[in-house]
Design a protein around this ligand. Sequence first.
Ligand code: ADP
Ligand code: MG
Length: 470
Amino acid sequence: LVLPGHSTRRIVVALYNYNAREETDVSFVKGDRMEVLDDTESDWWRVVHLKTRQEGLIPWNFVAEDRSVNSEEYVPYICWFFENVSRKEADKLLLANENPRGTFLVRPSEHNPNGFSLSVKDWEESRGYHVKHYKIKPLDNGGYYIATNQTFPSLPALVMAYSKNALGLCHVLSSPCPKPQPQVWDLGPELRDKWEINRNEIQLLRKLGHGNFGEVYYGKWRNNIEVAVKTLREGTMSTQAFLQEAAIMKKFRHSRLVALYAVCSKEEPIYIVQEYMSKGSLLDFLRTGDGQFLQFEDLIYIAAQVASGMEYLELKQLIHRDLAARNVLIGENNVAKICDFGLARVIADDEYCPKQGSRFPVKWTAPEAIVYGKFSIKSDVWSYGILLMELFTYGQVPYPGMHSREVIEQIERGYRMPKPTAHHLPDDIYSLMLKCWDAIPDKRPTFEFLNHYFQNFTITSEVPYREVQD
Ligand code: ADP
Ligand code: MG
């Protein structure tokens, strides 16, 4: 028998600290508990804070369900559960230096819709630090197991047991993997659909770079939130067209696309306020930044992230048109995100017209797009192939020594960039590039394929006892 009113109470626990940005939202610190009053809005939930009794809005992805309310055993909050993490990302998170052996996380299985995977950081004399992944299989009548002789009624029970005793795992589970700060998609609850903001609230602090359409600055919003501000030189594009495009961009959300926070379009120059990416463009990162020291597997990780963002655009049927290392941004821990997407197609036509002006990125553009203006997701795949070459040569200019006109002519005759001699590039990846540069667009791979290819690239052939590929 459940008491009316009580059964529907939903308590959440804060996973991170959050400082209120507006009157309407509620501050909290990690571990605080709140009751959810309304979760119908996708990003901002109305809650009442159980300690301060303050009522207001909170970003939903800063909290997790408090299982102590409705589960047999006490689990304050499921800090070890990573809902949207792939095998490769799990490797990346767990291998961070500060994590000791036995650091772990649980994630949904990429292959079994009802199963999960347990990823554990381990160490061996021969391999050094590495991550092992175990399949967690569901039982027909509820519950889970890794080994058939050890079954558990729930995931928390399983984790609890393997935290006390390795029971055949590589190592006892020591501590949950620290979670990265969740993505914030807008500046505050009042701004969720109103992305026009007051430009007085933006402070431009430092020039980051020079774009085709204006300067880019590092800045802060309300002296608090770090942002990147792209300014658009007057007359580069129609405000109307730009705002239309910004509205679309705001709707596309993916962890591998730079988030558009807001715009200031009431006066010139127009500001585009974006998520700040601390390491700048992939191109500069590879040529002169920390990217010069990346290992081969880090390059694979970046290739996978870009493919993942592009897979999302492919699914949403959005064409990027200007995919290149200069339009990928790098943040902490080699996180890569695609930027400038969708902008190319609203630029006043004569400014970005094929064949005219040196600005047209000939070396990145598929021949059918150069010659007939036929841009498609398949012309983006071509550009992705060029980006891969930039990546594996640490930012070399494509077709070194060749002029744009020469490139167009040679490509039409079947010429393709040769395999670099000065950098390590496995034959398999080079032949994948050649597939991206197939003269027939439909024969080029999909981004879904490319993402899968790079996500699984480094899986070793050697699979230790009970470790499974998942
Ligand atoms: P354009 O629209 O002309 O291509 P970009 O977006 O490439 O302009 O910006 C120019 C430069 O500004 C980039 O190479 C990068 O160094 C910097 N930049 C742009 N956006 C950001 C951002 N969100 N975070 C950090 N740096 C950025
Ligand atoms: Mg750019």
